[in-house]
Design a protein around this ligand. Structure first.
Ligand code: DQA
Length: 137
């Protein structure tokens, strides 16, 4: 099984950024643990702070991979272009968030892309990614 994980803007700062919300672990070390736990899964990781690069990655993997796990960060709430890219590919996408976006500011309660996704997992810390992976398995 081939899974692409995509992290959007500011998620390169995990472990440094707003630790009380996002925790103190960097994504790379979490990813190492995840790969060790699921050795049979081919897991690719891509992070970008740029909307167009995220769209290009969705186009690149979206006709051959088995699943995409995507935390689009703040683009979740604004990007019609990413929502359209998800609608345009064949690979199912699961939207994930580390924090519970519904317990935060109102502008985070809206997702432009959720309706084009297989499902949404929010609020379980980095375990949100693992839960998404489990659902593909
Ligand atoms: C986030 C929630 C978003 O609202 C925020 O802009 C992020 C991270 C999360 O994982 O909780 O950058 O997607």
């Amino acid at each position: 099984m081939k899974i692409q994980i995509i992290n959007g803007p500011n998620l390169n700062l995990l472990g440094i950024r707003e630790k009380s919300i996002y925790g103190d672990k960097g994504f790379e070390s979490f990813l190492e643990e995840l790969r060790a736990k699921y050795p049979a899964v081919e897991m690719e990781y891509f992070q970008s702070n740029t909307e167009g690069e995220i769209i290009n990655k969705l186009h690149e993997v979206g006709f051959s991979y088995d699943g995409v796990i995507m935390n689009a960060g703040a683009y979740t709430h604004t990007s019609i272009a990413i929502a359209d890219a998800i609608a345009g590919i064949n690979t199912p996408v699961i939207e994930v968030h580390i924090s519970n976006v519904y317990a935060r500011e109102e502008f985070r309660h809206t997702s432009r892309m959720a309706k084009n996704c297989k499902g949404v997992i929010t609020g379980f810390g980095l375990q949100s990614y693992r839960l998404a992976l489990e659902s593909f398995l």
